[in-house]
Write a protein that binds this ligand. Structure first.
Ligand SMILES: Cc1ncc(COP(=O)(O)O)c(C=O)c1O
Length: 481
């Protein structure tokens, strides 16, 4: 049982309960108070700290909410070992991971795609962004003109990002079922940066991570550069395989699970409510932290998707990632992470080391966008346009691919995971398509084993181009032996 040889200072600007919180948090994070250590009963503890019991209770409640301590009837309070608290332990060497030669280059296929996307007359059949003409260009231009004169401080901002934007995101999240105070939100430069910060900040080389297969994450070499070990969970029509998760979890201790349960990239799959509940239950039982990437949520086309995992997370197990990229404009580079405050503060510290914060102009524009409530009208228009394109592409596929491939139209997002009936060489198909000015996203980008798949998107190419591009692709496939 721990005794206390420290007392909070009454002259300190921090309230007493906060000093107690930070003191105990530090003891736990630095391993001085290992998991299972028992704390003194509250009355004695308050006596040793020379504070009244209600002050102590606030600190203990917050430590409990953040997963640092737990209380059991009969055995009092003990130091907990929640997965996030362990991951946050400050024993990482940042510098080890900042050496330039530690980074791998992009996959050659992605390098080609990144260049060819800007070639003239190229029909982009698989691009992962909304076409410029579907973005709210006029509203954004107007917002920038109105907002710029109101920005009086172009200096560096608070580590977690512009308070006005965090306030708006907090309000916005409420409409999506997530209760998050501005203090538990970090503004990032797009969801991708959130994923980078999480992997840099909370994982060590050789840490294992569960991801879906196929996965957006597999298209990024950056995560391989960190020497993370991925264990892949096959995607089913309704999201990742829970059976596979349970089986693999028995064999390995994994640091976390990364998942896109809502309109998954690249398969378009949507996880239903009961499976979300089962997944969350499994992760809670096994103290497996989750990174939920929700960037496609607002692009539902048939009906609103089930709530995010984060909305059902009572234990701070889920780190929630989202951005404005897939709805308003990826060029703004505005995203956010929501999670337990100690984790958010660690990620904010790391972001300060990376870039001192996201563009203040973008942050103000995003804050105004949300404050003025421009989003819903834009989303209604965008969904309508995407529905029409989905219908059109569905018809083109029926017309030209019924003998060549299988597919399922998604209920949201903008990807179709096309399975070719006959195996082909994807590099050769990619090259032949490029020669005909059609740019493809081969399945192998998202999973080496997906060599019979292409990721299609109906969000970028113009409707007429989509039909022309698909017809060209069908012609190429028909000519293959
Ligand atoms: C699942 C997923 N997460 C994150 C991102 C990156 O988004 P952002 O532009 O916000 O960095 C993408 C982009 O394609 C994505 O598909």
């Amino acid at each position: 049982m721990l005794t206390m040889d420290w007392q909070p200072c009454r002259g300190n600007a921090l309230p007493l309960y906060r000093q107690i919180y930070l003191y105990i948090q530090n003891k736990i994070e630095t391993g001085q108070w290992p998991s299972g250590t028992r704390l003194l009963p509250q009355r004695q503890l308050a006596g040793q700290l020379k504070v009244n019991r209600s002050t102590l209770a606030i600190a203990l409640d917050e430590l409990t909410a953040d997963g640092y301590i737990k209380s059991r009837r009969g055995s009092g309070m003990t130091v907990s070992s929640p997965a996030w608290a362990k991951l946050a332990s400050a024993s990482r060497s940042w510098n080890q991971r900042l050496t330039a030669d530690a980074y791998l280059s992009n996959q050659p296929m992605i390098q080609k795609i990144n260049t060819l996307e800007f070639a003239p007359d190229m029909i982009r059949l698989g691009t992962g962004e909304i076409a410029p003409e579907l973005l709210p260009q006029t509203e954004l231009q107007q917002l920038i003109a109105e907002t710029a004169p109101k920005i009086h401080n172009f200096g560096y901002q608070e580590p977690q990002g512009l308070p006005a934007l965090r306030q708006q995101i907090s309000r916005h999240l409420k409409t999506r079922g997530i209760d998050a105070a501005p203090g538990s939100i970090l503004i990032v430069s797009g969801a991708l940066q959130a994923l980078q910060l999480i992997c840099f900040g909370l994982l060590a080389p050789k840490d294992a991570m569960f991801i879906e297969r196929p996965s957006y994450l597999l298209s990024l070499q950056l995560f391989r550069s960190l020497q993370l070990r991925f264990s892949t969970l096959p995607m089913e029509a309704d999201g990742l395989s829970l059976t596979s998760l349970a089986e693999q979890h028995k064999r390995h201790r994994h640091a976390l699970l990364y998942t896109v349960p809502t309109f998954h990239n690249p398969t378009g799959a949507l996880m239903p409510l009961n499976k979300r509940q089962a997944l969350l239950h499994f992760c809670q039982e096994n103290q497996l932290p989750i990174v939920e990437d929700d960037v496609y949520r607002d692009l539902w086309l048939d009906q609103e998707p089930p709530p995010p995992l984060k909305a059902m997370d009572a234990n701070g197990l889920v780190l929630y990632v989202n951005s404005l990229s897939k709805t308003i404009g990826p060029g703004l580079r505005i995203g956010w992470v929501v999670g337990p405050e100690p984790i958010i503060q660690r990620l904010a510290d790391l972001k300060m080391q990376h870039d001192y914060g996201s563009s203040i102009l973008s942050q103000w524009v995003a804050a105004e966008w949300l404050r003025q409530g421009l989003e819903e009208a834009h989303l209604t228009r965008l969904r309508q346009e995407l529905r029409q394109r989905r219908l059109l592409v569905g018809q083109c596929l029926e017309n030209h691919f019924s003998q060549l491939a299988d597919w399922r139209l998604p209920s949201g997002g903008f990807y179709i995971w096309l399975k070719l009936r006959t195996p082909v060489s994807l590099p050769q198909l990619f090259k032949a398509a490029c020669q005909k000015h059609v740019l493809l996203n081969p399945g192998t980008i998202y999973d080496q084993q997906s060599s019979q798949y292409l990721r299609l998107s109906y969000a970028y190419a113009k409707p007429e181009e989509l039909c022309r591009g698909l017809k060209i692709l069908a012609g190429l496939l028909e000519r293959r032996p």
